[in-house]
Design a protein around this ligand. Structure first.
Ligand code: PMP
Length: 435
């Protein structure tokens, strides 16, 4: 089948509800590039939505997968331990953001892991309500759909959704007129959303602490616009959790595994989560996710209450082990910080450059989780033009949030040359749209 015929076939027979950036068909990927059927090659600043973080087909990950396939494809965790599962736990323990986080459970997808965290929080606290942030994304399954508050499309028409989920504003300074007036800096007194106050009010008006099991938060809002929590915010949330016997769940599905320049984003704030949710970058593309918590917390659940046919699959775990080793061997975090600085310098220059300043509302991010928000207000009106221009120039990027925002998620080991090329394409595209 030729490229266009193959695309037509996909459009005809694959669910429309998926939605996609391009109808093209990816044939192969290598490092920071993907090649489409028909030969068109793109510099990839999407990495399968922040999953293939060590580059497409990282040789060490591929080798680990190949070798595990010949050893054991599927053992099933409710039957027996399997070696790669335990090896992965061993690799992860030392890189957790707090030493208390030492007991693991692996699943397949981010949504399932978020649901596992909710199950654990409910069971351990014997309370049922969950608080999430406005703008958050936690998944599309029946449970996580109720927790996802980044766009109505994710829940529209699918209700009734899981009850007992409440939401409060996230400190999104670029969208807060008071914080903007004081230089975009958050404090509970200068933020018009006053998110800490609203959380306190929510706990008085809508969900009593004695009914509230957990606050689930992305330290950097992902699908909500790549917004890092304002300084001081997560620390206050931790205090509120401690005061009220509520568990703090960090959803690091997108921000974890080096994406923000630290192994886990929550390390930027030095806050201890009770449960950490991880997925995406954990296995560079193999379906794997997990949660980690203190042993006494995790072990409140009865044997048999956790598990599933494919969760913690042996091949996926073997890939995860290779990823964890590559992080150390290849000094990935150093590269994230160096390349992240180059990207953020370029975006900041565009923000102050008179040629482009008029269309740019905000640039922000941590490490290689960065975004640019345009002034148009309406989602996609400038961003989608920039996105289309980048594609024309040979680069894939994604939009995000209900505001007009583009996000950049290149490979964490992107070379200096590829980052320079990506920055050049972005600059050219933004300048052309601004002209
Ligand atoms: N949480 C966050 C923060 C995410 O970014 C995502 C995926 N974008 C999910 C949960 C859901 O993960 P999955 O798509 O693997 O179910």
């Amino acid at each position: 089948m030729a490229t266009s015929k193959l695309s037509q076939f996909g459009l005809q027979h694959v669910a429309r509800g998926i939605g996609r950036l391009t109808p093209e068909v990816i044939e192969s990927g290598s490092g920071s590039h993907v090649t489409m059927v028909g030969g068109k090659r793109y510099l990839d600043f999407t990495m399968g939505i922040g999953v293939a973080n060590l580059g497409h087909c990282h040789p060490k990950v591929t080798k680990a997968i190949q070798s595990q396939v010949g050893q054991l494809l599927h053992g099933q965790v409710n039957i027996a331990f399997q070696k790669p599962y335990l090896e992965l736990v061993e690799q992860l323990i030392p890189i957790m953001p707090h030493k208390s986080l030492d007991t693991f459970f692996f699943w397949n997808s981010g949504s399932e892991a978020v649901e596992a965290a909710v199950k654990l929080a409910r069971h351990a606290t014997k309370k049922q309500n969950i608080i999430v942030m406005q703008g958050s994304y936690h998944g599309r399954t029946m449970g996580t759909m109720a927790m996802t508050r980044s766009k109505t499309v994710y829940g529209q028409g699918f209700g009734p959704l899981m009850p007992g989920v409440f939401s409060v504003p996230f400190p999104y300074c670029a969208q807060c007129s008071v914080a903007q007036a004081s230089g975009g800096k958050y404090s509970s007194s200068n933020c018009c959303m006053d998110p800490i106050r609203q959380l306190e009010v929510l706990l008085k008006q809508e969900t009593a602490p004695s009914d509230t099991a957990a606050i689930v938060i992305e330290p950097v809002l992902g699908e909500g616009g790549y917004v890092p929590a304002a300084p001081g915010y997560l620390e206050r949330v931790r205090e509120i959790c401690d005061k009220n016997g509520i568990l703090l769940v960090a959803d690091e599905v997108q921000s974890g595994f080096g994406r923000t320049g630290k192994m886990f984003a929550i390390e930027h704030w030095g806050v201890r989560p009770d449960i950490l949710v991880m997925a995406k970058g954990i296995a560079n593309g193999m379906p794997l996710s997990g949660i980690v918590a203190r042993k006494d917390l995790m072990d409140t659940q009865m044997p048999g209450s956790m598990g599933g046919t494919y969760g913690g699959n042996a091949v996926a775990c073997a890939a995860g082990v290779a990823v964890a080793k590559a992080f150390k061997e290849e000094r990935i975090l150093e590269n994230v910080n160096a390349r992240g600085q180059e990207l953020s310098d370029m975006l900041s220059k565009l923000r102050s450059d008179p040629k482009t300043a008029d269309i740019i509302h905000d640039v922000r991010g941590l490490g290689l989780m960065q975004a640019i928000e345009f002034k148009s207000g309406a989602a996609g009106s400038i961003g989608s033009k920039v996105q289309a221009k980048c594609k024309e120039l040979g680069m894939l990027i994604l939009t995000t949030s209900i505001y007009d925002t583009l996000r950049f998620i290149p490979a964490l080991n992107i070379t200096k040359e590829d980052m320079a090329k990506g920055c050049q394409i972005l600059k050219e595209a933004i300048e052309e749209v601004a002209a």
